[in-house]
Design a protein around this ligand. Structure first.
Ligand SMILES: Cc1ncc(COP(=O)(O)O)c(C=O)c1O
Length: 476
């Protein structure tokens, strides 16, 4: 039967042909991209295609999945909530799942974060944070505080405000005229240290750039926005905890708000429930999404301190935070998020992440010896391998420069660098043939499976990574 026309005798043209006719995919050059994977089912760490292939989801479906696909407890919570209340607007109404979830989050978040403002994805969680910070200073009678400070290699989402605070890239280029300007300070990208120092002997001097930036903006900075401990889309850059502690210290010293974008890092991805815990810091505002619902449904939460919240309380309506979305605090999403928090306790999820981290450390470390491998980084349930044209000189394959995009050029452009520009899609295709779904970020290959992956499944995936890198290295 043809599912697009149940009464028809015309044979089903197949999901891919129908997709090609009417769908426009994200981040996809529709003219040249290979056909998408037709996924019809998921179970645990596996995805299943229409033609019966079993594929291990090595990137947790864009970093959202933690307890595995189609988990019975999450399915039950979703069905139960759907039978009770699927959705209601959240201005002038409330409902038990939203209140229960806010209570549970406040109890588990770093201390002092006492208010939960819901939205519906990671970008909106960041937009809300930026707008809250901007209006906070107006409400506090310091309207000159309009400047935002973010870091190099930052990625905070694709809406206009989130793009503004993200590092400029090919992804944001077409929208440059729409973006507001943001002051940018060094990130602690130790493999390509912006100051040319070595982590083993440095004193996190890269923080000095943030300090200089805040000093220069004296009295006009509204907030510093960071992805704590792990900058994701910017290249899976793992931080020393001292840098994060330093960000908090500098925000206090200069009296600006600290916004932690934990859209990726929240809910155990870095080995702690929230990445801020690595440095025992509490931000003024935290952004959550992705694994908040264990990857089931879109939901965002921007949580703030009493001090931020109270700046919006007034008899004067103009001090209200005028922001909302049709699906704010969707009850289905909140119910699944609550069931996910239960699983963290019942299945001792953080202990599982610690085991995965140990396995990633021992499994990936030997790859550092391969000629194509410049750096191996592991934090929590994330293992990243930065590929270079030649590990003996540490050339950045995307820019053909040492020391990152701002470093001095090495040799002429082209050659190995151009070869490595193409390496992401080639690696992805090689892994897919072996039944492993990975999606390298430029020259950074990473493995970020759902936490429920077994030791055997993780060992198998690590073997595939090693074998493919050896094959590719031998051919280059
Ligand atoms: C740190 C961070 N912030 C924000 C976002 C945007 O989230 P979303 O894709 O749900 O809009 C992402 C997405 O990858 C992210 O990694």
């Amino acid at each position: 039967m043809n599912p697009s026309d149940p009464g028809s005798r015309i044979p089903d043209p197949g999901l891919l042909a129908r997709d090609r006719a009417v769908v426009w995919h994200p981040y996809t050059q529709m003219q040249t991209a290979p056909p998408p994977l037709p996924i019809v089912r998921g179970k645990g760490v596996y995805l299943y295609t229409e033609d019966g292939r079993e594929i291990l989801d090595g990137i947790s479906s864009w970093w959202v999945n933690i307890h595995g696909h189609s988990h019975p407890a999450l399915n039950a919570a979703l069905a139960e909530q759907a039978a009770r209340l699927e959705h209601v607007m959240f201005a002038g109404c409330t409902h038990p799942p939203a209140v229960d979830l806010a209570e549970r989050l406040v109890a588990r978040l770093p201390p002092g974060l006492t208010r939960v403002f819901y939205s519906d994805n990671g970008s909106t969680a960041v937009e809300v944070a930026v707008k809250l910070a901007a209006q906070y200073w107006i409400n506090r009678g310091e309207p000159q505080r309009t400047a935002f400070v973010a870091l190099h290699h930052a990625y905070h989402g694709d809406t206009v405000g989130a793009m503004s605070v993200s590092e400029a890239s090919v992804f944001t280029r077409a929208f440059t005229p729409l973006l507001f300007s943001v002051a940018r300070a060094h990130a602690p990208y130790c493999y390509r240290c912006p100051l040319g120092l070595e982590r083993a002997t440095c004193g996190v001097e890269c923080l000095g750039d943030l300090e200089g930036t805040l000093a220069r903006l004296a009295g006009t900075a509204a907030a510093v926005l960071v992805e704590p401990m792990l900058q994701g889309a910017g290249g899976m850059i793992v931080w020393p905890a001292e840098f994060l502690a330093g960000v908090r210290r500098l925000c206090d010293r200069y009296g600006v708000l600290m916004i932690a974008d934990e859209v990726l890092t929240g809910f155990g991805r870095t080995g702690r429930m929230f990445a801020c815990e690595h440095a025992a810091v509490a931000p003024d505002i935290i952004c959550l999404s992705k694994a908040l619902t264990a990857g089931y449904l879109p939901l965002g939460a921007t949580c703030t301190t009493d001090a931020v919240y109270e700046a919006f309380l007034s008899d004067d309506r103009s001090r209200t935070f005028f922001h909302g979305h049709s699906f704010t605090a969707n009850p289905l999403a909140c119910a699944v998020a609550l069931a996910s928090l239960d699983l963290f306790e019942r299945e001792r999820t953080l202990a599982r992440v610690a085991r995965l981290e140990a396995q990633l450390r021992t499994g990936l470390a030997p790859l550092a010896g391969l000629p194509l491998v410049g750096d191996v980084r592991v934090i929590g349930g994330v293992g990243a391998i930065e590929l270079v044209a030649d590990s003996t000189v540490g050339t950045d394959p995307l820019t053909n420069r040492r020391g990152g995009p701002s470093g001095p050029p090495v040799g002429a452009s082209g050659g190995a660098a151009r070869y490595l520009d193409e390496i992401g899609p080639r690696l992805a295709a090689a892994f897919l043939t072996r039944g492993l779904l990975l999606r390298p970020l430029g020259n950074v290959l990473y493995f970020m499976p759902p936490y429920v992956i077994t030791d055997e499944q993780a060992a198998w995936a690590i073997d595939q990574i090693g074998e493919v890198l050896e094959e590719v290295g031998a051919r280059s």
